[in-house]
Ligand binder design. Structure first.
Ligand code: KIV
Ligand code: ZN
Length: 391
């Protein structure tokens, strides 16, 4: 069976940029969008143009500069002025997509809009109809879908699809869902959707409030989602969005299980993550999967020994696949003789045998106890000094 293609929408410049402290200027947004293009995302969500003149200008610049080969979208509420702003900012792109969001849960309908469910549903339909007079491609997001009453959610989806929506996005807006439940929701929506119009794409957008965004997104893919929305480094509102690098690598490493693929150029993942850190000043935790400082660092002696025999013993993907340097062995007091000897050799020394190697190893252990981590320059000095003393 052929693998299914999963479309990737990156919303780092919209949902990610909403985060306190993550504000980027126009130039920086364009630079990041250019990197997203190298990463080969399918769609860039460039901003929320109705929110400010600055955002409008940035979206328009991104559409102009990178919108030749990658689809560009921007977000608007289900009101004419927002949709106009989206359209005006992205129309220059080759494949522009209008993205409309409107609440679908009782709590949103009652507390945010204070209107009847029917009236809110009609707002969504009117918004899609209007957007379709401007562009052929329209995505509709049923905000807070994971907490919505299913039959109301479905009647909204059915109505906006009949009004012309080409992508239905089901968000877990507050990160409330858990994987089995979210997968089941997507399975049910998918089953009905494909009966109404099998050309409409089913998309998901998860938040990480319970640390489940990646798991929920993968569960949605298993249950029929055609498109996923993510951000680099998982940047986004509160605890963030689904981390693009995690889902993409999970699909790649476990391809036989998921039978899905993305077009992402995975060797650009680390560069994209580092660029975002540099531009926003927001660091990635050291143990973050795929892009953290320690994601490919091995420090225990047992692991280092195993890796030196065969990388597959402790590596499920190669660092090079995500654009990192080859695996890193961090020498500590727990590193064994095998890893120590390998590191000395890597520095260009003949590590010797028998007694000399043992003497060097004992000196290394003393140093590692004192310093915790031993770097190449420490090791270089240790070997050189030892050999000078020995004459
Ligand atoms: O979290 C959310 O519901 C959103 C929508 C605009 C997709 O960001
Ligand atoms: Zn969101």
């Amino acid at each position: 069976m052929q693998n299914r293609n999963i479309m990737v929408l990156d919303t780092t410049l919209r949902d990610g940029e909403q985060v306190p402290g993550a504000k980027l200027n126009k130039q920086q947004k364009v630079e990041f969008a250019q990197q997203l293009k190298r990463l080969k995302v399918d769609i860039i969500e460039a901003g929320f143009p109705a929110s400010s003149q600055g955002d409008f200008q940035a979206v328009r610049e991104i559409a102009r500069i990178v919108g030749d080969s990658v689809s560009i979208t921007a977000l608007g509420r289900a009101v004419k002025s927002d949709i106009d702003a989206v359209y005006e900012s992205i129309r220059i792109a080759q494949q522009p997509l209008i993205h409309i969001v409107l609440g679908a849960s009782n709590i949103h309908v009652e507390k945010k809009f204070n209107r009847s469910k029917e009236a809110v549903l009609q707002m969504g339909v009117d918004a899609v109809r209007y957007a379709k007079t401007l562009l052929p491609q329209v995505q509709y997001s049923t905000e807070d879908a994971s907490r919505a009453d299913f039959e109301y959610l479905w009647s909204t989806i059915e109505a906006v699809v009949k009004a012309g929506a080409t992508i239905i996005n089901v968000p877990d807006t507050v990160g409330f869902a858990e994987p089995e439940e979210f997968g089941e929701l997507i399975r049910k929506v998918n089953e009905r959707l494909k009966n109404v119009n099998h050309e409409v794409l089913l998309s998901v957008h998860c938040h990480n409030d319970l640390g489940l965004a990646t798991a929920n997104t993968l569960s949605a893919i298993k249950n029929g989602a055609d498109k996923i929305e993510c951000t680099i480094n998982g940047l986004g509102e509160r605890a963030g969005n689904t981390s693009l690098e995690e889902v993409v690598m999970a699909l790649k490493v476990r391809e036989a299980r998921y039978q899905c693929r993305t077009a992402i150029e995975t060797t650009e993942l680390l560069r994209t993550s580092r660029l975002l850190t540099y531009l926003t000043g927001l660091d990635v935790q050291v143990n973050k999967a795929i892009t953290g400082e320690n994601a490919f660092a091995h420090s225990s002696g047992i692991h280092q020994d195993g890796l030196l025999k065969d990388k597959q013993v402790y590596e499920i993907m190669s660092p090079e696949e995500v654009g990192a340097d080859s695996m890193e062995l961090v020498l500590t007091a727990r590193s064994g003789r095998h890893a120590f000897k390998h590191a000395v050799q890597q520095l260009g020394f003949d590590p010797g045998t028998g007694e000399e190697l043992e003497q060097l190893f004992q000196k290394f252990l003393e140093l590692a106890d004192a310093k915790k981590e031993v770097y190449d320059h420490d090791l270089f000095y240790l070997v050189t000094e030892h050999r000078e003393q020995a004459g």
